[in-house]
Each structure stands twice: as structure tokens, then as C-alpha cells.
Design a protein. Structure first.
Length: 196
């Protein structure tokens, strides 16, 4: 009787094992997305440690975290892109508020939610232009700067046509007032981006 039960157990486990193996085999790895992608919505946060302030002299780290959505691909093996989660860390010699207007390199690492799954992208901007109206923001790359893309969505030229904008909720006057006591963060409310 025990042998019969043991045999029955084995016969039941075999199909389960096959199902497990089939499931593992069906899981596809992320692929490098070809072509380009454009996203029409950008929201996020810029954090400053230590806080920016007038005449700040301490070394400062800026962390940019954004989510892009409203995305559409062109000439790509990736059919749909739901969103992208992007992050960049920027080091500055000091935490003076005036330093925000001084262009710096930005390496933006982007993880995609897409179908099929696209591998991450890194957009390497050599610098940016500050925007002051109607709200404070940034245009990447700056007019005298360049960009390349490593990973997904490099377009046909290594990503050199890539561009992005990010606009905060603060006017220049509001930012100036906050600098008197310290600016620890800024919200990004709008923006667009194209990797191409």
C-alpha cells in the first residue's frame, strides 16, 4: 500500500514539475529597446543635501527622482511603454543657491515599465540650461552641451537627439525667498522627454 501511495505521489509531482519548468522557460529577459520613445508627462522631486541657501559653502549632493508617463515609441521593438522611473545624482562644490543656475553633467538612469520588457537606459547629458519663466526649471541638454544614450532607445545616432524639460512649482521670486532660510527640495510638476 505504501508503494502505491509513493507511486501516486510521484505521478502527481511530475506534472507539477513540468509546469514549473515551463513557467520558468516562458519568462523572457528584458531586451534592449530600439528606436525612440517620447513621454509627455514628468513629475518628481529634486532634493538638496545640505539645503541650498544664500552664500552656502558646504559640498552639496542633489538627487533628482522623476517618473515619466504618457509615453509612445517610434520605430521600436518595444510596443508599449507605460512609464519610466528616472534618477540622477549630482555633486556640487557648494550649496549656494546661485549654483543651481550653473550647468553640470547629469547622468539620468531610467528603468522602464513596458511590453515587452525593455532594459534600462542611461541618458548622459554634458550639461543643462536653467529656465526661469514662468517657473524655475531645466532644459537638457543645454544649448552648448551634448547627450548620448546607453541602453534602450538610442535612436539611430546613439541618442544624440535626446532632449528633456523639467519645470518646478516655484517661481524665481519664491525660490529667492526660500533661499534665505534654506531650500531642501523642489517639486517637478511638468515636463517632457524624448530619447532618440
Amino acid at each position: 500500500m505504501r508503494k502505491a501511495f509513493a507511486f501516486a505521489g510521484i505521478t502527481l509531482l511530475l506534472p507539477l514539475g513540468l509546469v514549473t519548468l515551463i513557467g520558468v522557460g516562458a519568462a523572457s529577459a528584458a531586451v534592449v529597446g530600439t528606436g525612440s520613445v517620447t513621454c509627455t508627462k514628468t513629475v518628481g522631486t529634486i532634493k538638496f543635501v545640505p539645503a541650498l541657501k544664500n552664500n552656502g559653502v558646504s559640498p552639496e549632493t542633489t538627487t533628482v527622482t522623476v517618473t515619466v508617463s504618457g509615453c509612445k515609441t517610434t520605430g521600436s521593438n518595444i510596443k508599449t511603454v507605460t512609464k519610466g522611473a528616472a534618477k540622477a545624482t549630482i555633486k556640487s562644490a557648494n550649496n549656494s543657491c546661485t549654483g543651481l543656475s550653473q550647468s553640470k553633467p547629469v547622468n539620468l538612469k531610467i528603468t522602464w515599465t513596458s511590453s515587452p520588457a525593455a532594459s534600462p537606459s542611461t541618458a548622459k547629458f554634458t550639461g543643462y540650461d536653467p529656465v526661469v519663466t514662468p517657473k524655475l526649471g531645466f532644459s537638457l541638454p543645454g544649448t552648448t552641451h551634448t547627450v548620448t544614450v546607453v541602453g534602450s532607445f538610442p535612436g539611430s545616432n546613439g541618442g544624440t537627439s535626446t532632449h528633456a524639460t523639467a519645470n518646478t512649482t516655484l517661481t524665481a521670486a519664491q525660490f529667492g525667498t526660500k533661499c534665505k532660510t534654506g531650500v531642501s527640495s523642489m517639486k517637478i510638476a511638468t515636463g517632457t522627454s524624448t530619447l532618440s
